[in-house]
Design a protein around this ligand. Sequence first.
Ligand SMILES: [Zn+2]
Ligand SMILES: [Zn+2]
Length: 862
Amino acid sequence: MHAEPPSETVILSAAKDPSAVQVSAADPGFPGVQRLFPLPLPETQTIYCDVALPVPLDMIFTYEAGALDPIVGGRVVVPFGRGAEKKLSGIVTRVHCEPPETRKLKRVLQVLDTLPVLDDNLLALGRWIAQYYLAPIGEVYRTMLPLQAEFRQASGYRITELGSEALYDSANEGSSRRSQKSSDHQMSEYSVLDALSEGELVREERLRTATGATREVLRTLQQKKWIVREDLSGVRDARRLVKVVVLRDGLDQPNAHKLNAAQQLIVDLLRESHGRMRIDELREKGTSASSLKTLVKHDLVEILEEAVEQSVPQMKPRTTLEFLFTPDQKKALEKIRGSVDERRFQVALLHGVTGSGKTAVYLAAMQSVLAAGRGSILLVPEIGLTPGVAADLYGVFGEQIAILHSSLSDAERAEQWHRIRRGEARIAVGTRSAIFAPVHDLALIIVDEEQDNSYKQEETPRYHGRDVAIVRAKALNATVVLGSATPSLESYHNATRGKYALIELPDRVQARPLPEVELIDMREEFQQTGKESVLSRKLIEETTASLDRGEQAMILLNRRGYSAWVMCRSCGDTLQCRDCAVAMTFHKRQQRLLCHYCGYKAPVPKNCPKCGSEYVQFLGTGSEKLEDILHSAFPKARIGRMDRDTVHGHDDFERMLSDFQAGDIDLLIGTQMIAKGHDVHGVTLVGVVGADSALGLPDFRAAERTFQLLTQVAGRAGRGEMLGKVVLQTHFPEHYAVQFAAHHDYHGFAEKELRFRGWMHYPPFDALANVVVRSDKQEEALRYSGVLGRWFEQVRHEGVRVMGPAPAPITRLKKDYRFHFVLKAASRERLNAVLRTMLALADLQKIPRGNIVVDVDAMSLS
Ligand SMILES: [Zn+2]
Ligand SMILES: [Zn+2]
């Protein structure tokens, strides 16, 4: 099924709770000796290195180093697979001279680094992630390094003689016969051969877009020996390399080579510029190439290739931010500073109501860390870094900061990473993966909006950025600040138990009051008006009043598109995605149906595809339709819409927010994107049109998520001089999540919800994992989940509750049929041990690793 590894070392180890584990760089399980200098080994001894490769296998691969000098924590390029037809770049985890017992080993092809790209601490952090989240170590290390621009995977295909013959034969057979008898698969094979018929090498992406061929088709063609694959992977260093001449110290030796005038000129010029100079500059000064060559020959100078800095915009500190702190803010800052100064590991939960000035506390804490010559990381949620905060960050920290935002290209991302590693930038700001930034002397990690779901990666490795932050800080004796207006129950629970320090900012700055919240029961609204309307009379009235006063308003509808689903009134069928068991959403501007899970697009049907009826109905309201409704209700208002259809990147987000900030938009509507942390002073009204639909779903985090969203969006109102008001439309007015949000009562909500979680053995009390078994063949998905189900049933696992197998809530996703198990255990060690044994069993039963998804601390069970 998968390529055979050259040799293997299976990683087996238990993992612990992120807040309990001690990561040690000197982990005896991984005796890595950094080999910056050649080891004092007998010359005849062969040197081997263990390499973690980005493949979905829980193992490390051993290669022969040959004449090369790989270092632990550095990258190497190696051949991989049965025929070694692939080149992969991986991280060296160990250099040694113990010959493995297995087959003949392959050799390292290239060493990419002379200094480690992952230091001992980051290597250890990667091992912790691999163990805790049961993820292949090579995939973990790939995730930790944003250096894709420097080595790219690529391949191409060429037709063989046999392939040309087959193409010729099929043409002679006549196309009519062929199309009658052939399957889609065969048709696809011939179109690939057609595309390659000129005999040239064609890149895989180009070939697949041109012919629509699947990987499977390409594989079959290779097996028939009709085409051959060629690996085009290689180093594509984003950094421009220049040649630099460096002076060596042989000149003072008594038997040194006597210099002539031309050579002396070179040496003098080099001495003037601290012993090094770019070769082109040296030439410009009129030195001769042959003299330089002679100096190299006598070992008096050396020519090196070095990366040049890509031009970084000059960002001199412009302002010193004046912090006018409330007593609570001052106290918070002092506590954080104290812990940083003591160089003691501590996690502080900074619980501050919306508008209480958490960001100013972060900036001041980071400033004092920088003043002490140390480094910090600020994690922000996806699309969480607002233009205002980014401007403040540049203003305060200038060139000392590296912002890793989503609109950077791979090359720019790599360059920012190098700036941090060289120590030019001491502060890294970014989303989830910025937690791996190689910041020097890391003293402080701040996780803003720590409850945000975007900190959990939804693909392998399924790590949680906040939890990784805590583990990284622990190993470095650093301080972690988790900031939120609505802390996750996990963090709040740890704070109430005294595991984390709790810092509260209970008041808004300048003693501004929290906005008044009015609940509108939409069931009553229906009874009184006799029609199903999107906007209640109250919300229309308040919006009119606010616009008349020249103030700004926001309306949240947490669903994009025009109509949420399309149904046939004759047969009752809902239109579903081709590849997922999910209703397609109608997008009016694009005139398309769209699957929000896989992105599949389909034309809008005039007739029901199933029964042919023309009674096709568009149901449910999305943000696009809300925009239309508001345009007709408020024809004079300038309306802006913010959702994934209008905001494609960081730039769109910034542009729209600055328009809103500048007062060029009166009414901003959108999905949860509009709820995130920005600070627009003109907003006095916030309407919530649809944010509680999740409360009807069987998801144990639904109440928490709804409470958080309602609190966040309500917090956008009244941040300036004027009072704020919130109109919250709901179908669940009695639900405690809605009630506590309406009363701005976080503690009330948290206590009630924690009691419920305790009874039901859900996190934060029990550890939880979701195991999804998937396959594009239904019977295979069934069989695999049956194998695991029987094993769970037969082997009693003390202290671990197993529910399933059951069809996953989304039974089909991106062509895969899905079944799942939910595992809960009071002991995390035990849970992880069972998961590990399960994966070993699956391996024995020949279930491919890629067909089992293990999600430890799953945020969603769908
Ligand atoms: Zn129908
Ligand atoms: Zn889909």
